[in-house]
Design a binder for this molecule. Structure first.
Ligand SMILES: Nc1nc2c(ncn2[C@@H]2O[C@H](COP(=O)(O)OP(=O)(O)OP(=O)(O)O)[C@@H](O)[C@H]2O)c(=O)[nH]1
Ligand SMILES: [Mg+2]
Length: 391
């Protein structure tokens, strides 16, 4: 399992940091001279009971079933991808131009995008030539490895970095229906499980149901919610919420925003304003601007995401509904397009269905066959136990 966020640690000296070179300085921590340290990774086997009632946590017990759950979530993509690969390689003895052409089609169908596909195949061709390879299976391995490289190349670290003092403010944005509120609920659940005090802020005042939905998540994961009435000014909700939070020592504040009218300038204006208000109330906030993208929307989802990125400086991506699409190649496409880390992936509607994005685990789950599932799961479990699953 990943250590998925870093936490302020005022007095305790930080643990030795295994991924020190990929870790940026926590902004507030540096200024204050305080150190950040990695919070213990969430235990893979400790899916807590649903104390507040509502959602049934599924039986993810132990690293093996954790990996299998990811496999299961990705089953549509995996089956389509792996089946097509198997068909392609079946009976082939050599790597030739025709094989590359057909591979190109598979990758494009998997939503890798034309540019990513072209670039990836170009690099694969080079490797085949350089190593003088003939066996099509070797090509599959190269492909796996190149895909993984795309996924890790985003030049910022995948963990969230909390400030050294004060609450960690996360602003969540994205087109309507992509899964913002659900992701916030799942994220709140993760933070709560890690012992953090969480406040949710209903700054999506566009429709009443959005506020109620966030409140329902708050009850479910036992987090407080600050909300005003439907139609209220989002900035005023932020003011209220941050005033409420100040004396109450929250560790994490997660702000839900509206996703309506994304093509209209006024939504982007509003998001900029909301962001500005946050920084006026809490210097440095929001510490994370998390863009939610729906994996089932393909290229369209990517162009929408670009609009948000242009309007506000996005620092991380949550990619939802990967369980609902056969085109998981979008992950590589997004990594190449945005150079922003994918922090989390959504693989279902339950509260534990938000997974830390681990490129190696993802690629391995994507390429695994049923007959290999047990072996892969065991390997993943070993890696998790040995703490060696971080790229
Ligand atoms: N299968 C699946 N469904 C998801 C996932 N994430 C969210 N959903 C579903 O997607 C639908 C929309 O999710 P919301 O969280 O309401 O989306 P939103 O972005 O907040 O929508 P608006 O508030 O209307 O802008 C809901 O039915 C969620 O249950 C996921 O990872 N997998
Ligand atoms: Mg919502």
């Amino acid at each position: 399992m990943l250590s998925w966020f870093k936490k302020k640690m005022g007095e305790t000296p930080p643990e030795p940091e295994p991924e020190a070179e990929t870790t940026p300085p926590p902004s507030a921590g540096e200024e204050t001279g305080e150190q950040a340290a990695v919070v213990e990774p969430e235990a893979a086997s400790s899916v807590a009971g649903d104390e507040a009632g509502g959602v049934q946590p599924s039986a993810a017990t132990g690293a093996t079933s954790f990996f299998n759950r990811l496999r299961q979530g990705l089953s549509r993509t995996r089956e389509s991808f792996v089946n097509q690969m198997d068909e392609l390689f079946l009976g082939r003895k050599v790597i030739d131009a025709e094989l590359f052409d057909e591979l190109e089609e598979i990758l494009i169908t998997a939503d890798l995008g034309a540019a990513t596909t072209t670039e990836l195949l170009e690099r694969a061709r080079e490797q085949v030539k350089r190593q003088d390879l003939n066996d099509p299976r070797a090509l599959e391995e190269i492909l796996q490895q190149l895909l993984q490289e795309y996924l890790v190349q985003a030049d910022r670290p995948a963990e969230l970095v909390m400030p050294a003092s004060g609450p960690f403010v996360i602003m969540v944005l994205g087109v309507n229906g992509v899964g913002k509120t659900t992701t916030i609920g799942k994220l709140a659940y993760k933070f709560k499980k890690s012992g953090q005090k969480v406040l949710l802020v209903a700054a999506d005042t566009f429709r009443a149901a959005a506020i109620e939905q966030l409140q329902a998540w708050g009850r479910r994961v036992d987090a407080e919610v600050v909300a005003q009435q439907h139609g209220a000014d989002p900035s005023s909700v932020i003011y209220d919420a941050f005033d409420y939070a100040r004396p109450r020592d929250f560790d994490v504040i997660i702000v839900d925003t509206a996703g309506r009218l994304h093509t209209k300038v006024n939504l982007m204006e509003e998001l900029r304003k909301v962001k500005r208000v946050m920084s006026q109330k809490i210097p440095g906030a929001p510490h994370e601007v998390m863009l939610v993208i729906d994996a089932t929307t393909g290229q369209n989802g990517i162009s929408q995401a670009r609009l948000f990125q242009e309007a506000v400086d996005v620092s991380g991506i949550a990619l939802t509904k990967l369980d609902g699409t056969a085109r998981g190649g979008i992950v590589a496409n997004i990594c190449r397009e945005f150079k922003i880390p994918i922090r989390f992936i959504g693989i279902g509607e339950q509260m534990e269905d938000l997974r830390d994005f681990d490129p190696r685990e993802f690629v391995s789950a994507l390429f695994s066959r049923d007959r290999e599932a047990t072996r892969d799961a065991d390997t993943a479990a070993d890696q998790i136990e040995n703490g060696s699953d971080r790229p």
